[in-house]
Design a protein around this ligand. Structure first.
Ligand code: PLP
Length: 454
């Protein structure tokens, strides 16, 4: 048996004890992954896309190991989910213990204490020391839907404002809130009523409009076109995710919060992507000291198990009638066990600090690239949520083709990179906070070579 065959036959256990190395033993994707891609095409809906068709058998620390025995550097965390790393030992232990006790009762039929403990932890960790309540769901989109339902019930109003470049999910209500047509909305209408869009603060592309001026522009449009009397909620990502890692100018978010408070509008922060230490604070809202009325969380909350949450002011969260909020699986006991272990690790191991250190490494290297290569138009983000925007160096126009070439080259070299952005010209870096420095640096070197060659 060749080394390649024996590597391919191993079925390694995941978690941080996996060798932390980039190791390519076949072309990417390898033959076994290609076989699985052929099966996928015959069995899975074509609408379910795949960024990099390598099929994973184990993951942990900063690597994903595929079915052909390749070990790839993970700079995506399954889209900001595995912040504490794949198969983190504390999560594995907590879920295994829960698995042996019971797997499901439905919290709204016969409840259990871990759901309450997750709610208590979220009420404590989220910004603001006012009384709070939480409710648990399965996905980010489901939590966003419920945040809007609760805000409407509390205010007795219907309209909702979302922003340019926003991403809030792919269900009917959240597709309406999401800005980008392709691929998220095209052909899937009609969309929900009473959703309005306001201009975002996008410092790289709005001529340096300061945060207060950008907020004033948005507020003026909202007042003219909707009116606060009709507006239940304003929803915004404190740093936009799929829209391009857009960090609004300082003052933008606090000005919007103050206007909402003065006008009886519920301010909803969608921290599904930014939450849980990712940006160097437990939540991105903390950076400018804003206190959202409702916060929506998911992705990083439970070490990879499906869980989402809505946490907000007690009087808002307690407004709906009994039975109005819930679902069969929301706050599943396995997901709650994982969330408790995950959130304990974020706090105990000060992973927000780790995110800031990762941010220093990433921004240092990416800004060095920008200094010598004008195709890197912008480096932005915070903590372990950093992106580069790629442009035509002469016109400044978005260069999605270049972006695609760089990402394909990095994939072929065993580095998992994700793109984003309304114009498809942003490469985003969301490494697990468990990635060793050396692997992170190696991943960025692969990116730099791919950029140079593209
Ligand atoms: C991913 C995401 C969602 C949707 O979450 P799902 O779990 O995919 O439904 C909503 N809002 C933001 C900001 C996200 O990044």
């Amino acid at each position: 048996m060749t080394i390649v065959e024996s590597l391919a036959q191993e079925t390694p256990v995941g978690g941080p004890s996996l060798p932390q190395e980039r190791r390519l033993v076949t072309a990417i994707p390898g033959p076994k992954s290609q076989e699985l891609s052929a099966r996928k095409a015959q069995a899975v809906s074509a609408g379910v896309g795949v960024t990099l068709p390598v099929y994973i058998v184990a993951a942990g620390g900063g690597v994903l190991v595929d079915v052909d025995g390749n070990s790839l550097i993970d700079l995506g965390s399954g889209i900001a989910v595995t912040g504490i790393g794949n198969s983190a030992p504390e999560v594995v232990a907590a879920v295994a213990a829960q698995l042996a006790q019971f797997t499901h009762t439905c919290f709204t039929v016969a409840p259990y204490d871990s759901y309450i403990a997750v709610a208590e932890t979220l009420n404590r960790l989220t910004p603001g020391d006012h009384p709070k309540r939480s409710a648990l769901f399965n996905s980010g989109a489901e939590a966003v839907e419920n945040a809007v339902k609760i805000a409407r019930h509390y205010t007795g109003k219907q309209a909702v404002v979302a922003f340019d470049h926003a991403y809030h999910g792919r269900t009917t209500l959240t597709m309406g809130l999401t800005a980008k047509n392709q691929p998220y909305k095209n052909g899937f209408g009609p969309f929900a009523a009473e959703i309005y869009r306001a201009p975002m603060s996008y410092p790289y592309r709005d001529g340096g409009l300061d945060g207060v001026a950008a907020a004033t522009r948005a507020i003026s449009q909202i007042e003219k076109q909707i009116g606060a009397d009709n507006l239940a909620a304003l929803i915004i990502e404190p740093i936009q995710g799929e829209g391009g890692f857009i960090v609004p100018a300082p003052g933008f978010l606090p000005t919007l919060v103050a206007w909402c408070r003065a006008n009886g509008v519920v301010f909803i922060a969608d921290e599904v992507q930014t939450g849980f230490a990712r940006t160097g604070d437990m939540f991105a809202s903390e950076h400018e000291g804003i206190v959202p009325d409702i916060m929506v969380m998911a992705k990083g909350i439970a070490g990879g198990l499906p869980l989402s949450a809505v946490t907000g002011r007690a009087e808002i969260m307690d407004a709906p009638q009994v039975g109005g909020i819930g679902g069969t699986y929301g706050g599943n006991p396995l997901a709650c066990a994982a969330a408790l272990a995950t959130m304990e690790s974020y706090e105990k191991d000060d992973l927000a600090r780790r995110a800031r250190d990762i941010g220093v490494i990433m921004t240092g290297r990416l800004n060095a690239l920008r200094a010598v290569d004008k195709r890197v138009g912008d480096v932005r983000g915070r903590g372990a949520m950093i992106a580069i925007e790629l442009v035509d160096p002469v016109t400044g126009d978005p260069d999605a083709a270049l972006t695609g070439r760089i990402v394909s080259a990095a994939h072929a070299q065993g580095v998992i990179l994700l793109t984003c952005g309304t114009y498809g010209n942003v490469i985003r870096f969301l490494p697990p906070l468990s990635i060793p420095d050396a692997l992170l640096v190696e991943g960025l070197q692969v990116l730099a070579s791919a950029l140079a060659a593209a």
